[in-house]
Design a protein around this ligand. Structure first.
Ligand code: ATP
Length: 583
């Protein structure tokens, strides 16, 4: 599933909305642009006059100098006006584009994780980089060019008609050639540009994935395969780029044909008019110059439409994300969790969760146990809102924190690492959290202890404690501990269990329990097998029921050493990696 692309109407509506507050400036861009174009058109008229005077033998030095000065003045004024138009337009569009980019980034960051995962982060990155650049490059030239071209066409056609109507007709007869060229281009161009952009997105995705997973790529010797994939994508970009350039050149050929036909038409008409005395040579000269003057902006308009098409394709992709609904599929329920008849499958794969119904009342702690692959982590992810259920409904607290085995320690002080979760927390708050999770006495410089790369080394268990302290500070309504203490050795397991207990106290909790002592400490336990809940109840109920849990409990008791924390992990082995996330 890719991220959405806005259609033309949605894009226009969003641009109009973003232009609020800049409309006066936009009007100024149009006025200055139109005025400078009008001034530019003085030149052909003056040259025609000059030709007439020379032909009539009335062109004295004074007349020539006056007309030349008029032409120079209009050329300078026209150039200044065009420059002013470009500066004004650039400013206005930069403001609009900045607002759009902000919205894009804001929406992109707020997108549910599963949406980004399915679409690929490369697509999102490409939209906020390649597409923004494409639009930014196009914006300052498009508006002035369109304004100038439209005005020039209207004024020049009016001028031709005022000279002699057949001139205007001669040009108008050729206009369908341009219209047909444009229609062909608009039909062909956008799809080619979109394909080019999509290929660029796919390439970005491949590169991002290879860079992010470099450790895996190296570890499994996947470099040649990744390299091949990037090569294939780069080739696709090149092929799509060639197709786009081919379309451009076919368009140019059609424009050249239009240019040639319009000049020929006006020349032929001019010849007949002058021959019959219906027009002067000066008039015919002005007509030809007006047509020549027209061709520039007409071609410019066509070329801008080319850029415009490309920019619009990018703009539609940006607006598609910027206007994505903020709706979170999950319903919120205060601090309780309600799961109803949930089924889930990864892509087109088999059902991984099937008919799951579960209630976690506010403030209660539920443990999930089961063999590896039973679906425990998937259930936690569905409840956390990381994956939407395939069918059924999930209602869970808005503020949910998930801790997995993979905890990231940022380079910096313990204080830096903790204030990530609660920027407004005081040192006292941080100390309390560190103390509750038992890490404070292991930090030589207290909150100022430097950790992360090059700093005081933290064991995996200490990193877990740090994550639990962050969770305490973030103070979510629901804490999901997915294998948070699974890998702790005998010395640390007790510490981690106590840290987890402190982190869960006073909030709703879902614990993927690997040591059954963890499960026994919870209010309620569900046992999963092949994506289904096969048993549920309190520890005592389940032990008394003599079912799967009871067998697991006996096995676990028989293998554990006198120190309960030294027991092996008995219900699951695989470790899933997902960063601690707080919604
Ligand atoms: N991203 C994924 N894409 C496809 N299948 C997946 C994915 N993640 C998990 N699975 C499959 O879903 C099933 C349930 O996996 P899950 O990790 O939820 O089980 P688990 O009970 O948490 O196991 P463990 O304790 O080993 O983590 C397994 O068959 C697993 O292979």
């Amino acid at each position: 599933m890719t991220l959405p692309v806005a259609n033309r109407r949605e894009a226009a509506r969003e641009i109009w909305r973003l232009s609020r507050g800049h409309r006066l400036r936009l009007a100024a861009v149009a006025v200055v642009g139109l005025a400078s174009t009008a001034v530019d058109l003085v030149v052909p008229v003056v040259i025609g006059l000059l030709v007439e005077r020379v032909q009539a033998g009335t062109a004295d030095l004074g007349t020539v100098l006056t007309l030349t000065a008029t032409m120079l003045a209009s050329a300078v004024l026209g150039a200044a006006g065009t420059a002013a138009t470009i500066v004004l337009a650039t400013r206005v569009f930069n403001h609009i584009l900045a607002a759009l980019r902000e919205r894009l980034v804001e929406r992109g960051l707020a997108l549910p994780q599963h949406v980004v995962e399915r679409a690929g982060t490369g697509d999102l990155i490409s939209r906020s980089s390649d597409d923004v650049t494409a639009v930014a490059d196009a914006a300052p030239t498009v508006l002035p060019a369109v304004t100038v071209a439209v005005f020039t066409i209207v004024v020049s056609l009016g001028g031709l008609a005022a000279l002699e109507w057949p001139y205007a007709v001669a040009f108008a007869v050729v206009l369908p050639v341009y219209v047909l060229a444009l229609r062909w281009y608009l039909r062909t161009g956008p799809a080619v540009y979109r394909a080019e952009r999509a290929a660029m997105s796919a390439r970005a995705q491949q590169i991002v994935e290879s860079q992010r997973g470099w450790a895996t790529v190296r570890g499994f010797g996947l470099a040649p395969r990744r390299h091949q994939a990037v090569m294939t994508n780069s080739w696709a970009v090149a092929v799509q780029g060639l197709r786009a350039r081919a379309v451009q050149s076919m368009f140019n050929t059609r424009l050249n044909l239009g240019e040639c036909l319009s000049l020929a038409a006006v020349l032929v008409v001019g010849f007949f008019l002058v021959d019959r005395g219906a027009s002067t040579v000066g008039g015919a000269t002005t007509a030809m110059l007006l047509v020549l003057r027209l061709l520039g902006p007409v071609n410019q308009l066509m070329f801008v439409i080319d850029t415009l098409q490309s920019a619009l394709a990018s703009l539609s992709r940006m607006i598609g994300v910027a206007t994505m609904g903020a709706a979170d599929e999950q319903r919120q329920t205060g601090a309780a969790v309600r799961v109803r008849d949930v089924a889930f499958r990864y892509g087109d794969g088999p059902l991984v969760l099937d008919g799951i119904t579960l209630d976690i009342p506010a403030g209660q702690h539920v443990a999930v146990v089961g063999a590896s692959g039973a679906g425990k982590t998937t259930l936690a992810a569905v409840i956390a809102g990381i994956h939407p259920p395939s069918t059924g409904t999930v209602a869970s607290p808005d503020r949910t924190a998930v801790i997995t085995q993979e905890v990231h320690v940022f380079a910096g002080t313990l204080r830096d690492n903790l204030t990530l979760a609660a920027p407004a927390a005081t040192d006292h708050d941080l100390d309390v959290a560190l103390e509750a999770t038992g890490i404070l006495d292991q930090a030589p410089d207290g909150l100022d202890t430097i950790v992360g790369t090059g700093g005081h080394p933290l064991t995996d268990a200490q990193a877990q404690q740090l994550a639990l302290a962050r969770l305490l500070l973030a103070n979510p309504d629901l804490a999901i501990l997915d294998e948070a203490t699974a890998e702790a050795g005998s010395t640390h397991a007790g510490l981690l269990d106590r840290a987890a207990e402190a982190a869960l106290a006073g909030r709703t909790g879902l614990v993927i329990a690997h040591r059954l002592s963890q499960a026994a400490a919870c209010d309620h336990i569900v046992v999963m097998e092949h994506g289904r809940i096969i048993e549920a109840g309190t520890h005592e109920d389940l032990v008394a029921a003599q079912g799967t849990y009871s067998r697991l409990w006996d096995a676990w008791n028989s293998t554990r050493a006198p120190n309960v924390d030294s027991a092996p992990h008995d219900t699951a082995t695989a470790v899933r990696t997902r960063p601690c996330s707080i919604r």
